[in-house]
Design a protein around this ligand. Structure first.
Ligand code: BG6
Length: 269
């Protein structure tokens, strides 16, 4: 088999270091399995795979707004980048490049499947005026049991607590999960991790050019109401998303670009 193949709307990468998958729709990563590891990325067993529908799980690219559109209730949640077909711009080694025209912006995205999963998203403002945007790599991680894992690195950060009317709160210690959790952490440090004692591993998330981190698990009731997630699978996932949203949204001068990167790696606990 060739290292990279394309069939049924998705690229499949099979290398000694890792296996991976990325759909052309949304440039949506759905799989990354480093050698001798369990899958690191969660993909819902109930996800729809249909044109214009967001895949549930993987790494949706959220752009140019995060959450509901600020003024248009008809506009899709989390923007349109995750449901549009992107342009395949080339591949080298285990890295694939994609582009999306999203006027007035152009997005360039590189996904490199290796012992580390390296993601690089560049936003260019192609207009002659300043323009603002939000962006996030909405990573769903596979975990043994969300109630047993901890997110390290956010102690002392301010967060917006969505289930509590977006109240601003201060994080004390690691983030643990005992109910619906939906938070936008602001001005977060470059190195975070998910500690998973059940699977005896730590997932390290290193980022640059991205000030915000979103942490989400819908918990039992909300998950059961989501047809593409369901009553069972939510326990095996946690989203720790790298982005520039809310207070950390980006403003780009005419012609300017901004790059954010995320590198994900796994180590034994
Ligand atoms: C998270 C948001 O990033 O994405 C949550 O903070 C949201 O509020 C979740 O529920 C999933 O969004 P969607 O549009 O994929 O169902």
């Amino acid at each position: 088999m060739a290292e990279i193949e394309f069939a049924d709307g998705k690229f499949t990468v099979d290398r000694p270091e890792a296996r991976g998958e990325v759909y052309l729709q949304g440039a949506h990563v759905t799989r990354w399995v480093p050698a001798a590891q369990r899958p690191v990325i969660f993909l819902s067993p109930n996800s729809a795979f249909a044109p214009g529908r967001a895949i549930r799980g993987g790494i949706p690219v959220v752009f140019p707004w995060f959450g509901p559109h600020p003024s248009d209730p008809q506009a899709p949640q989390h923007g349109y980048a995750r449901t549009r077909p992107w342009l395949f711009a080339g591949a080298a080694g285990g890295a694939l490049q994609f582009e999306l025209a999203a006027e007035p912006f152009r997005l360039r995205y590189e996904v490199a499947f290796g012992a580390t999963l390296a993601l690089t998203l560049t936003v260019e403002n192609r207009s002659s005026q300043e323009a603002g945007c939000e962006a996030a790599l909405h990573s769903y991680f596979a975990v043994s049991d969300v109630a047993a894992v901890a997110v390290e690195g956010l102690a002392g950060c301010t967060y917006l607590d969505k289930p509590d009317g977006m109240r601003r709160k201060l994080q004390a210690g690691d983030v643990t999960f005992a109910g619906e959790t939906d938070r936008v952490y602001l001005d977060t440090p470059p190195q975070l991790a998910i500690r998973d004692p059940g699977w005896r591993r730590r997932i390290a998330i290193d980022k640059t050019g991205a000030a915000a981190t979103i942490v989400w698990n819908p918990w039992r009731d909300k998950a059961a109401a989501m047809a593409d997630l369901g009553a069972e699978a939510w326990r095996g996932m946690v989203c720790v998303e790298t982005g520039n949203v809310a207070d950390n949204a980006v403003r780009l001068a005419a012609g300017a670009s901004h790059t954010m990167t995320t590198a994900i790696a796994v180590a034994a606990l």
